[in-house]
Design a protein around this ligand. Sequence first.
Ligand SMILES: *Cc1c(COP(=O)(O)O)cnc(C)c1O
Length: 388
Amino acid sequence: MSSSERPLDPSTLVVACARPAKERDAPLNPPIVLSSTFVGAAAPIQGERVYGRYTNPSWEPLEEAIAELEGSSAPGLAYASGMAAVSAALSLVPIGGTLVAPVSAYNGTLALARSLAEQGALTLRTVDPADTEATLEALPGADVLWLESPTNPLMEVAELRVLLAAARQHDVLSVVDNTFCTPLRQRPLELGADVVVHSATKFISGHSDVLMGLAVCADPAVRANLAARRTLAGSVPGPFEAWLALRGLRTLALRMDRAEASAATLAERLSVDPFVKALRYPGLPSDPGHARAAAQMSGFGALLCIQVGNDAHAAEAFVDALRLITPATSLGGVESLAERRRRHPGEPDVVPENLVRLSIGIEHPEDLWADLHGALRAAELAAGASVD
Ligand SMILES: *Cc1c(COP(=O)(O)O)cnc(C)c1O
């Protein structure tokens, strides 16, 4: 990079970052290091690898890559899953402290926060993150502000710059779950966040074949705290999984461009379908979150949610009638997935019964449209038949 003034585009960085030094006979890709321990000396330990629960050379390129992409000078931290990273970031709430979190967000995060609140470990204040005033009012006296934007699965957009700046003013540590956007579409540290977490299981790995979590911290002291806790909690990834996540990251820009373009096309068509009663996609100019999303995201992503017909039955009939798109939880893979979120007993009841989350993959958009359109007509027919 030193030879040019211009910083590399993120779509180049995902390909070029975190490679072994270009020396004769060096491997192009970082090797997978299968070793639980590392040779040491009798002298006191000083920044050595020591043991496989402290670090592993196979995590380091991925940790370097996510830091570079999120714009942090300190390396990221890799975890065994997105929830391991979420759990680590939630542990930044001191015992007896207060967490401000969205009323609807990734349900694993909320379930963990609620269980910590039930144990008396923290006080949970839930807010509608799209309601800036209400979120600001919840900040005084809090310890950590947790945000997702857009939220999973309601696709609500939070006013990140305003909320993150206010958190800083109130000495509230802020965490943004950036799984939906990836650093290619939103960079929360630049918008004022202290910590970014990812389920790298999703877009970053991109092939629905690995569980992996990542955290990136602006402040080296927060990073050191999380690194020490990771070693003690043992929430560490395997070397092969870290290698797979980095391999997935290499194509993130291409996958995201394709999936996002298809999501935009499908959102437009779905928004005028008579059996789609509501739709949220921040890329639609008519979406309530559009202006905010345009101000803080560099693209609108590949997720959308629709409300199908009038009830859970209509949404179930729709999902069951899909032929190409797979009915499954998760998101961000090359293959499109659909899920009626309320099938999970723990999903908050602010999520409508007939809401289906669509994760658009990289298939041809016309094949996806044919599948969606066909399944909507089948569900519409079934709903009509049950009325008669
Ligand atoms: C999936 C997901 C998680 C949890 O990640 P796992 O890798 O499944 O543990 C956290 N946050 C969001 C937004 C997610 O979609």
